[in-house]
Design a protein around this ligand. Sequence first.
Ligand code: 5AD
Ligand code: SF4
Length: 428
Amino acid sequence: MNEHDSESIAGLLEYMNYVYSEDPKDADVVVMNTCSIRENADKRFFGVLGQFKKKKRENREFIICVCGCMPQQTHIVEKIKKQFSWVDIIFGTQNIGQFPELLERRLKTGKKQYDIIANNPDLEESKIKPKRLYKHKAFVNIVFGCNNFCTYCVVPYTRGREKSRELEKIISEIKYLAKDGVKEVMLLGQNVDSYKDIKENDFADLLQAVNDVKGIERIRFMTSHPKDISDKMIDCFASCHKLCKSIHLPIQSGSDTILKRMNRHYDSSKYLKIIEKLRKTAPDIAISTDIIVGFPGETEDDFQKTLDIVEKVRYDSAFTFIYSPRKGTPAAKFTDRISEDVIRERFNRLIESVNRISLEKNQKYLGKEYDIIVEGLSKNDESRYAGRTDDFKLVNFTSDKSLNEIKGETVKVLITDCKTFSLEGKAV
Ligand code: 5AD
Ligand code: SF4
């Protein structure tokens, strides 16, 4: 979602005739779009912000803007005011559209422009198109904000109350994108399963409607919540042929006691039933998850339950996080914190399981051919290309064609090797 916000901000700047600069050192304006989900994101932000002080001293006309989740928290804005007073513009997650106005006002008056809205009831539909990261794929917001208040999570405080966009508006955006060469859409929401628009359309209705848009070949979404995912939505994996056979379904913990303390509103048996239904509907579906280690009060027995569920579900991949207390969230006040040594040791055990299973699961792709939509050059080896399968596996492959010929195109690739986080192959 932050990446998509960055695309929108880049679109606004382009509209104002700014051009993109590869290196912040050459830029006249820098926009730092921030994340606040864990403490290391905060630390990185302040580290990078500090580095701009010198440039500001050398050039008073250099403009520094901060936006995203961090300035949605009062204590962060206070810290910026006190320790990073050279920041020119601050805006939040819910008034991105105001950025051009703030920038113009800063340029005209020379005065700082700090404007953050806590809970914007009328998030406007911007007429300015985002500057997309990829030509062939696009992010599309479907639900803003979150009402779930998982006790560890800062998002409901930084992105405000949940609000679904109208189905018609989403579909008209996707039709425009399809005409503009987009083949793949990623529908975005903190909890896509609670999508409900003013006409009572739910997430499954929306998927059916996106499935009918001409030119779109692949539909993905992010993120599902086990408490809200419906049978009607799961059936879409059978009835919507463009819906990619993959799902990201965060479990967070395998222990029912911890899930309760996290305010997740499901238990491990409900979660496993969902996995069973998903696999019955789409037998080869790739399943990924998020897991937090070291939530306050987590015992060895609780952690063992997380390992058990990892072994039962056999995830294609899992994002594993060390619990990070976030100011203002209920869990930050829990006193039964787990020691760093214990967390580290559990975290290593979890990664060992998750990675072993990922590698085992990747074996099934060996020797088979898959349709890959090409995204660009491979990150670690520029003599190869990278793309994704329908079920979101990253494939690095060789081809005789040039990047221009195949970028954004669908290519058949034979898988010749597999690693923990990717597959390798050659175009056929
Ligand atoms: N500490 C650790 N991980 C967190 N996440 C969210 N908040 C925290 C936190 N305070 C993780 C959850 C979520 C993912 C996006 O980030 O697993 O699903
Ligand atoms: Fe955070 Fe929970 Fe909302 Fe996800 S569902 S954004 S974890 S509060």
